[in-house]
Write a protein that binds this ligand. Structure first.
Ligand SMILES: [Ca+2]
Ligand SMILES: [Ca+2]
Ligand SMILES: [Ca+2]
Length: 412
């Protein structure tokens, strides 16, 4: 590297390739199936710019965890902005109770219903340059009694670079409730961590809106057949089956989802995490649906060479997660911008979509991006991510109704 710099002389000041970019987001269709579906318990875009009092608890971290408009999934509206100061542990939370919850009765959604199965989804973005594992993200639980004792907890939390599933039970082998308070760790039994694979907490994957969805399904009475699954961008990231969450105990169903910005060991630096498009449903939710000619927005150009600039970027769309069937390619797109519409004017359809002018409706696609600096150095490609979920065909694409399960469920 030192020798190369000598040879390049003055040109060496811009010799480093750009930092690897990412797909920040794909602009979603205006109408989403979860906006008004009967199987949706809760949906929040945060786009009103204020936090509704439907949440039974909202910790605003002294004004740090609030709706902001300088970031938002889809590029417009608001998202929730969490900000950790150096060493800070708790940076705000949002809590929803529903169904047969014995706590916060006045704040329950769908009061009295007993939910055996839940899906909850949020878009999460870690500030560009993010560092560290913020430990907590979300959990679903079954509150058993008004003392906040819990029959089970489906934790989605940080494990190093990844998210992990950590299922816990508050019911003993005799099907008796043994917890007596919230987070009663002395009396919980742990059913086994399932680690994810996507390195969501790494600096390389920061700066992108990532779709995080979990599913918890209680076991049927007396059978070890409960399920706990995590999807990242519509792809199974971790999966646990055969879970005996609550044995034969049947007093309550799943009745709360808590989201927390809680970093047990404290953040090493001041940094922000963003949350948007929060959905709780009884059926699969999936990534936000996009048009069949979607707009893909990459992260802003970044380069180790001070003052360097973008001369081009390239986006590819594939039909599979490994990128073996590339269905659209911009080629070298001379541009200083970050957005491109997936159509025949801006790129070439190829592979299984050769000769087409749009993506297929109701289909899950993957995308990646790279950028070129002023000295024609290309960055590495970003990882393939399942950021494109096209909406259903027809004039009434995505009418309010039941969401369609567009992705493959893991084997039981
Ligand atoms: Ca450079
Ligand atoms: Ca929003
Ligand atoms: Ca703070």
């Amino acid at each position: 590297m030192y020798v190369a710099a000598l040879w390049l002389g003055a040109g060496a000041v811009l010799a480093a390739p750009p930092d690897r970019p990412g797909i920040d987001y794909v602009v979603p269709a205006a109408q989403q199936p979860y906006h008004a579906a009967t199987n949706v318990i809760w949906y929040d875009s945060f786009d009103s710019g204020s936090v509704t009092n439907v949440y039974c608890e909202y910790g605003n971290d002294e004004g740090d965890y609030v709706p902001v408009s300088y970031e938002a999934f889809g590029g417009t509206g608001y998202c929730m902005r969490a900000r950790w100061q150096v060493g800070e542990v708790g940076a705000g939370d949002l809590k929803v109770v529903f169904g047969d919850s014995p706590v916060y009765s006045a704040k329950r959604l769908r009061p009295g219903e007993k939910f055996q199965e839940l899906y909850w989804r949020m878009y999460v973005k870690y500030q560009r340059g993010w560092t560290g594992n913020p430990a907590k993200l979300s959990r679903a639980t079954s509150f058993a009694e008004s003392n906040w004792s819990q029959a089970m907890i489906a934790h989605v939390w940080g494990g190093g670079d990844r998210l992990v599933l950590d299922p816990a039970s508050g019911i003993n082998a005799a099907s008796q409730l043994v917890t007596t308070q919230y987070n009663d760790f002395d009396n919980l039994s742990w059913l086994g961590i399932r680690s994810g694979t996507f390195p969501i907490h790494t600096t390389a994957e920061s700066g992108q809106w990532i779709c995080v969805e979990a599913r918890a399904k209680l076991n049927t009475p007396g059978n070890a057949d409960g399920i706990f699954t995590l999807w990242i961008d519509g792809v199974v990231d971790a999966h646990g089956s055969g879970l005996n969450w609550i044995k034969s105990w049947q007093e309550k169903g799943l009745n709360a989802v808590f989201h927390a910005n809680y970093w047990n060991s404290g953040s090493p630096v001041e940094q922000e995490r963003y949350i948007d498009d929060f959905v709780i449903a009884t059926e699969p939710i999936g990534p936000a649906r996009c048009p069949v000619n979607p707009t893909v927005v990459k992260t802003a150009f970044s380069d180790p060479d001070g003052g360097d600039s973008q001369s081009a970027f390239r986006v590819q769309v594939a039909a599979d997660s490994a990128g073996s069937d590339v269905v659209w390619d911009t080629g070298t797109r001379l541009s200083v911008g970050d957005a491109v519409v997936v159509d025949a004017a801006n790129g070439t359809f190829s592979g299984s979509l050769a000769g087409r002018t749009a993506l297929e409706p109701a289909t899950h696609y993957f995308a990646r991006v790279c950028t070129r600096d002023a000295a024609s150095n290309w960055s590495d490609w970003s990882a393939w991510r399942g950021v494109l979920m096209t909406q259903a065909a027809g004039p009434d694409a995505n009418p309010p109704g039941e969401p369609t399960a567009l992705r493959v469920e893991p084997a039981p």
